[in-house]
Design a protein around this ligand. Structure first.
Ligand code: GL9
Length: 839
């Protein structure tokens, strides 16, 4: 026998390799091997975590083969690559998703069973990397899944936070934050690549000096240097051989700096320097939709951005692509403004370090970046005080001034004699304390600017970025968000998938528009019965979980009415609470009233410094305490706060929803993606005309969506004419009673002070117009209750929702990005066979 590629092959003996084979037998053998040689344990003393690790390494081996084939192919072809820069990647657990994408979930399930283990228990063992706050970070993760599935060469670049988003506990109804030590049991999915470490400069000052040829140049003399070490995680596509890379940077001290201090006798100083450096990647800022303005946060931004740009340049050098071709080799997508300091950093690298003329460098820069805006909230738009910025990044500030000078010349040319416009558009806000406006910088330095839902993009053009739209209309475009059906259907909802597959096959997993085919079965009573039964089983699972974790009994025949998302006033969880209190008040006034039983489920974290958001969590728990115990309620209403909402938990909860609460003030939620995950799992939405709700309603049909509330225009108009929340309170007795009960201390053991700040917000200025939308919300909820009583009608609506959600796959979003402005092509990856020849 000889090697298979030889022409004189006599007999080919193929032995399934333990690191690549996918059969049950091979998987069992590989698992035992990893338990022994990686974990160093034999089964009798192995912990559940050891078993999890052994399985994770077994799966990782199978990823590595695809990963190396992919890397080799990209490198050989010097393929055009998407670099997705994001301060957050909310990846969620990796094991289950990799099993799905490898197509070996069932084999592994069987292998574990035969070894006397329970795969579901092992999946539960995984500590998820919670390196994001919410929608923005999770979107980045969905996009990586779709990029790999569509075989698009791509790299995700971000920060390897040692502590991700805090774990949430609830004590006496209040949120308590606990450090997220996700790395403490080890992370089997990452590979450190110390050989590709880079250094990043911070602080200090700039000097103008002659170089060795006598030419004057700007030199940046930093007062701190930190080292970035890349940690790589393979990102496998669904049933493809493509495995792309998520590259996260960890900050460490530069040895030479330690030695310097050490040599000078300052041992403690040297150790301190190490701590300061490592602090940069220590913890994720836990803010959602609000800018922090802290020095360390800016350090995090420049840190990962500079590491990533230098990494791209290293890759180009290795692939022998000249630097001038940067925009052909890479398109850099800026996930919000957090990485927008990449624009001056690329300019600095090209001009200062590669001696490129400014114009040429600016040409390259402008063609390389594309910017996604994710918010309309003014408090979330990043701006850095000039003092702070210049202290940390003196050279970048100079570069921004130069960009601004040239940009304002351009504005002056296009709009002569319009000084107010110049003031409005300047990259430097000079209205009071001076700030760098990061969103404006991103607009000037990018060739594309997109919003994340149709309405959001229109509002950007009309309002937040209006001047930039007039300046560069051709840059603006919309890319409606999407979510990956692999994680949020296949992995999280196996019951639904079995039912779907039995009717329409499994093509929908790669082409979500295939779900349309379900419409043919909506009139089939047997199918509707199966659908109903499926939902009931899922709800039973969640009910069991609630019983186990909170000791609350919930009725699975009640409507599961769920609001799960970050806590923020604009998302209006407290409007939902006003509805609960209203129903409760109706029962108190008439205990025999005929109402549709509901279970209200809440999940979500509040930023630790956001007092009102935390008070809303307390309010939910306080109302729950009363409602759940009041004998008059007779179990018709239940209120449950599910603590520590994260990706793992989200996967469990979305499938169980009957009703999805998407009730933000119109014009505030850029898109929302939870709205998509709920509807894809058969929940009906009650929602405002906000973000992607507008498009969901368009797709599923107005008759399958419960719409309420003011439109964006009406919100603006009402604000303009002078909104008086007090008038709504006075006019509507149900609203008045609901608020009075909160204000009087009914839900706070008679203490009227506890919720006073919240009540004052509502009756004072009610920025998010809860009182204006209350009546419409309550009346619509009454229609929801009515509809749920006709369970057959409800099931039809549920089926039609799923059938018509095809648009909201992140595959569609990514295809749109690719075709519209990334201009990047799929690259097919061939798996080289591993064949063992016997001698
Ligand atoms: C957000 C928007 O608020 C969401 O409406 C949107 O769906 C996502 C993704 O585009 O982006 N913007 C934002 O700052 N957050 C969002 O979720 N918050 C964070 O997660 C930090």
């Amino acid at each position: 026998q000889t090697l298979p590629n030889s022409s004189e092959t006599v007999t080919e003996v193929r032995v399934e390799d333990d690191r690549t084979g996918l059969s049950v037998e091979t998987l069992k053998r590989a698992f035992a091997d990893n338990l022994f040689y990686i974990q160093g344990k034999f089964p009798q003393i192995a912990s559940k975590n050891d078993f999890y690790m052994a399985l994770a390494y077994t799966v990782r081996d199978r990823l590595l083969r695809r990963w190396l084939n992919t890397a080799e192919t990209y490198s050989r072809n010097a393929s055009r690559t998407v670099a997705y820069l994001s301060a957050e990647f909310l990846m969620g657990p990796q094991l289950g998703n990799n099993l799905i994408n490898l197509g070996i979930y069932d084999q592994v399930n069987q292998a574990m069973q035969e070894l006397g283990l329970d795969l579901r228990e092992l999946l539960e063992e995984e500590e998820e990397p919670g390196l994001g706050n919410g929608g923005l970070g999770r979107l980045a993760a969905c996009y990586l899944d779709s990029l790999a599935t569509l075989e698009i060469p791509s790299l995700g670049y971000g920060i390897r936070y040692e502590f991700g988003i805090f774990d949430q506990d609830i004590k006496d109804g209040w949120q308590v934050e606990i450090t997220d030590k996700w790395l403490s049991a080890g992370n089997p999915w990452e590979l450190p690549r110390p050989e590709w470490s880079v250094e990043v400069k911070l602080g200090g000052h700039t000097e103008k000096r002659a170089d060795e040829h006598g030419n004057f140049k700007i030199y940046w003399v930093p007062n701190q240097v930190v080292k970035g070490i890349p940690y790589d995680t393979p990102i496998l596509g669904y049933k493809t051989n493509t495995a792309n890379t998520l590259r996260l940077w960890k900050a460490e001290a530069v040895e030479s700096f330690d030695f310097y201090a050490f040599d000078s006798g300052d041992y403690l100083g040297a150790v301190h320097q190490k701590t300061v450096s490592e602090n940069i990647s220590k913890v994720l800022y836990p803010n959602d939709n609000s800018a922090q303005g802290k020095e360390l946060r800016l350090a995090q931004q420049i840190f990962f951005v500079s590491c990533s740009l230098k990494d791209m340049m290293r890759i180009m050098e290795q692939q022998k692509v000249p630097l001038e071709q940067f925009p052909e080799k890479f398109v850099i997508q800026l996930n919000d403004t957090h990485p927008s300091v990449a624009i001056p950093e690329l300019m600095r690298l090209l001009v200062d370090e590669y001696d490129m003329p400014w114009e040429k460098a600016w040409g390259i820069t402008k063609q390389s970046f594309a910017y996604t805006n994710h918010t309309l909230l003014p408090e979330a738009l990043e701006r850095w005080p000039i003092g702070l910025f210049g202290k940390m990044l003196p050279r970048h500030l100079e570069i921004i001034y130069e960009i601004n000078k040239r940009f304002l010349d351009e504005v002056r040319m296009k709009f002569p004699d319009d000084t107010d416009r110049l003031r409005r558009m300047s990259l430097i806000d000079e209205s009071g304390e001076r700030y760098v406006r990061m969103a404006f910088l991103a607009c000037v330095g990018s060739y594309s600017i997109n919003g994340v839902a149709a309405l959001h993009t229109e509002l950007l053009k009309k309002d937040v970025l209006h001047d930039f739209y007039e300046m560069y209309p051709e840059k603006f475009n919309n890319k409606t968000n999407g979510v990956t059906p692999r994680r949020f259907m296949v992995l999280s909802n196996p019951r639904l998938c079995r039912l779907l597959n039995s009717k329409i096959g499994d093509e929908w997993i790669k082409n979500l528009y295939e779900l349309k085919k379900l419409e043919a079965f909506v009139e089939d009573p047997e199918f509707r019965r199966q659908w109903r039964e499926m939902k009931l089983e899922i709800k039973q699972d969640v009910a069991d979980y609630i019983k186990k974790t909170t000791d609350i009994d919930v009725n699975v025949n009640s409507m599961f009415d769920i609001q799960a998302k970050r806590f923020h006033e604009y998302k209006r969880q407290h409007l939902n609470v006003l509805h609960i209190i209203t129903l409760y008040n109706r029962i108190k006034a008439n205990p025999d009233i005929d109402i549709t039983p509901r279970t209200f489920l809440f999940g979500g974290k509040a930023a630790p410094g956001y007092y009102i958001a935390k008070l809303i969590i307390k309010l939910i728990n306080s109302v729950g305490d009363i409602v759940n115990r009041d004998p008059d309620v007779r179990d018709r209403l239940k209120v449950v706060f599910l603590k520590d909402f994260n990706v793992k938990f989200a996967q469990r909860i979305y499938p169980s929803a009957d009703l999805s609460e998407q009730i933000s003030t119109a014009g505030k939620e850029a898109s929302g993606t939870g709205n998509m995950k709920f509807a894809l799992n058969g929940a009906i939405t009650i929602g405002t005309l906000d973000g992607a709700n507008v498009e969901i309603r368009e797709e599923v049909g107005a008759e399958n969506f419960f719409l309420f509330g003011l439109t964006t225009e009406e919100v603006y108009a009402l604000k303009k004419e002078g909104y008086q929340p007090w008038e709504y309170y006075q006019k509507d007795p149900e609203l008045k009673l609901a608020i009075d009960r909160i204000a009087s201390g009914f839900f706070s053991h008679g203490d009227p002070k506890l919720f006073k700040p919240l009540v004052d917000h509502l009756l004072g200025n009610d920025q998010y117009m809860l009182l204006a939308d209350y009546r419409s919300y309550i009346d619509t909820q009454d229609r929801v209750s009515e509809a749920y009583r006709d369970i057959d009608r409800w099931v039809r609506m549920s089926i039609l929702n799923v059938a018509r959600m095809g648009k909201f796959s992140s595959d569609r979003s990514i295809r749109d990005y690719c075709e519209d402005f990334w201009k990047v092509q799929p690259v097919n990856i061939e798996l080289k066979e591993y064949v063992q020849a016997t001698a």
